[in-house]
Design a protein around this ligand. Structure first.
Ligand code: FMN
Length: 174
């Protein structure tokens, strides 16, 4: 077993590379400017009330606008949308990120990605600070789901997909 007791950070990083996570772009609008960030930290919290959380680094440009806006949309990316994940993880600066992908705004001027696997519209209900990050809990008030389940995944520092196009996404076991 590779185990270096004096390299806690490195071992933690190595362990987390084995955690496969779905990729989302979180979007919001504040002071008439759209903001977005690529994340893998989205996790459901509860069904009662329907709620989820994501973690955002306080140094990211997305942090202050999403806290101030008090609302956000989780856009779950499709396996084909690596270009959008790249744009919203730093390749493209500021609002120009929204030139990548087909975006619209709902009646509350919340930007959402039209061809996402799902859009989950939330109002911020709680924020917790931990280390370098804020943990933002959102109460879900509206959801749109489309197409088959085919999420973009992130594992071992790179994008991946389930079993690929035209193949079942669910591997039966047992
Ligand atoms: C696959 C992937 C997942 C990421 N997940 C998160 C996350 O959960 N929280 C976070 O704060 N940053 C996350 N990031 C980093 C941000 O996307 C990135 O730092 C941010 O877009 C930089 O934008 P800025 O230059 O406008 O601050 C992730 C990046 C990638 C590529």
């Amino acid at each position: 077993m590779d185990h270096y007791p004096h390299d806690l950070g490195g071992n933690f990083r190595k362990a987390m590379r084995r955690l496969t996570s779905a990729v989302s772009v979180i979007s919001t609008q504040h002071d008439d400017i759209r903001h977005g960030i690529t994340v893998t930290s989205v996790t459901s919290v509860s069904m009662s009330p329907p709620s989820l959380l994501f973690c955002v680094n306080r140094t990211s440009r997305f942090h202050d606008p999403v806290i101030r806006a008090g609302r956000f949309c989780v856009n779950m990316l499709h396996a084909h949308q690596i270009d959008i994940a790249d744009a919203f993880s730093g390749r493209t600066p500021g609002p120009d990120r929204f030139l990548c992908g087909e975006w619209a705004s709902d009646d509350d001027e919340m930007p959402y990605l039209i061809p996402a696997q799902a859009n989950i519209f939330c109002e911020t209900d709680a924020i917790s600070s931990y280390g370098t990050h804020s943990i933002v809990i959102g109460k879900v008030h509206h959801v749109a789901v489309r197409g088959q389940v085919a999420p973009l995944l992130y594992q071992d520092g790179q994008y991946t997909v389930g079993l690929g196009e035209g193949v079942d996404w669910v591997v039966p076991v047992g």
